[in-house]
Design a protein around this ligand. Structure first.
Ligand code: EPZ
Length: 428
């Protein structure tokens, strides 16, 4: 397994090109199952998760062409054409779903298009049990017959799906996406109440609309979907990755540098801009995207709680903690979305951070500087928080198990080196 070595201290300076959003590209790819015509996606990031879903979709009968090559993942793949002329299979096996929980997003489209699906339950992961009960309850409301057997969901809708009103007890990005896709081919009207409003959900709704779906209330907490008999093809550009934007902002904050994020959109990261502003980091619009620089006077402690969009994103919680580890004063971060998303804390403490956990809250007592150390990556965002911490730390940090990083960050080491970071990836 590869590892990353970072020698901290060099303030970042330069430009980073922001890739398409992983968490938009994945549901967009699943949406290709809804139509027999080609769905052409541009700005698709080159990530392990994208390749995993591409292989699963190909196994289901979707023709996947990337940058003019058939199937596979051409290096730097940017344009992906997905055509589900017919659905050849409806099984999403355990060994795929356990690797990537987003595979559950094929469930709704398969039931809607093919009238059946056998999808492995995703099981837990490093950040929590991550059930899919809201996905299943919603599909039942739409008329699907579901049976849980041997760790798989066996779903059938031989007479198609019918519209229904579904009220989510709390916001779920994946359940909103799965059910919006299923409802787009159901007979009648579906109302999704307390729907997720993340930009990635909006991006999917906009793409479905291009395919012929009838969706009202896009971007609000109530989506109304009028089912249609069939959906056509479309061409759609994946929106920029707001978590990648925010992660590089954290890297600039931790290293004390100034960088420009090309293709970044300020409107996607409102709560993140407010949090950085509060701790002494300016994020402003630039002619080619967004510019980030740490203000004089160092970092100051802030308190924040992760929330569904437009609140502070849980996918930025670990990276923000790495920044606040050297802020003056005590910060409190409350993780209100996942029940176990503090796996990075013991690793940051190995680097000298002073963090104590109190249930869903972490109290970070700022220290003048972290010290490099060998640390272990446990999940995607925890991994990158250790790299962020290493950029500002004294000495060398070695981050092991970086395969987690490959799932969500395109060319991370290259992008940071281009900004002057002393960082390299070595085979273990
Ligand atoms: C999406 O996961 C993202 N993944 C996650 O990003 C992100 O952290 C999360 O949304 C929250 O923003 C993708 O888009 C591929 P949820 P998802 O359903 O859809 C509970 C990353 O690092 N829940 O909004 O799985 C769940 O356990 C990943 O890129 C149920 O209880 O998240 C969690 O506590 C990590 N039952 C909360 O709801 C359900 O049926 C929010 O989950 C579904 C969810």
């Amino acid at each position: 397994m590869d590892k990353i070595e970072v020698r901290g201290g060099a303030p970042l300076s330069g430009q980073v090109r922001i890739a398409g959003a992983k968490n938009a590209a994945l549901p967009l790819m699943a949406a290709s199952l809804l139509s027999e015509e080609a769905l052409v996606l541009a700005n698709v990031p080159h990530l392990a998760d994208i390749a995993t879903l591409a292989h699963l979709l190909a196994a289901l009968g979707v023709e996947v062409v990337l940058d003019g090559t058939r199937g596979g993942t051409a290096p730097g793949g940017r344009v992906m054409a997905l055509t589900a002329r017919t659905i050849g299979a409806t099984l999403a096996p355990y060994d795929v779903v356990r690797k990537m929980r987003a595979s559950i997003l094929v469930l709704g489209p398969l039931v809607a298009r093919a009238g059946e699906a056998v999808v492995s339950l995703p099981g837990g992961c490093a950040i929590g049990t991550r059930p899919v009960d809201l996905h299943l309850k919603g599909l039942r409301r739409l008329g699907a017959e579901l049976e849980l057997r041997d760790g798989y969901v066996h779903a059938r809708a031989p007479r198609g799906l019918r519209g229904a009103t579904i009220r989510f007890p709390f916001v779920s990005v994946g359940a909103t996406e799965n059910l919006m896709m299923a409802a787009s081919l159901a007979r009648g009207t579906t109302v999704l109440d307390n729907a997720a409003r993340e930009p990635e959900v909006v991006d999917l709704a906009n793409c479905l609309t291009k395919m012929g779906a009838q969706i009202m209330g896009i971007g609000t907490e109530q989506l109304v979907i009028e089912g249609v008999a069939r959906l056509g093809g479309a061409t759609h550009e994946v929106l920029p990755d707001r978590i990648e934007i925010s992660t590089y902002a954290a890297a600039a904050a931790a290293s004390g540098g100034e960088i420009e994020l090309l293709g970044a959109r300020l409107d996607l990261i409102g709560a993140v801009v407010a949090a950085f502003d509060g701790c002494g980091v300016a994020i402003e619009e630039s002619e080619r995207g967004v510019r980030v620089r740490r203000r004089d006077g160092g970092l100051r402690a802030i308190d924040l709680t992760t929330q569904p969009y437009p609140g502070f994103p849980t996918d930025m919680q670990a990276q923000m903690m790495a920044v606040l580890a050297t802020a003056t004063g005590a910060s409190t971060i409350t993780e209100a979305i996942f029940e176990n998303r503090f796996m990075h804390v013991p690793e940051l403490c190995r680097m000298g951070a002073q963090i104590s956990l109190h249930g869903s809250a972490a109290v970070i007592q700022g220290v003048p500087r972290l010290r490099g150390a060998p640390v272990m990556a446990t999940d995607l965002r925890a991994s990158v928080s250790l790299v962020v911490a290493g950029l500002g730390a004294e000495g060398e940090t070695t981050v092991n198990r970086v395969y987690h990083l490959d799932r969500g960050y395109e060319h991370l080491v290259d992008k940071l080196r281009a900004c002057g970071a002393d960082i390299s990836r070595v085979a273990d």
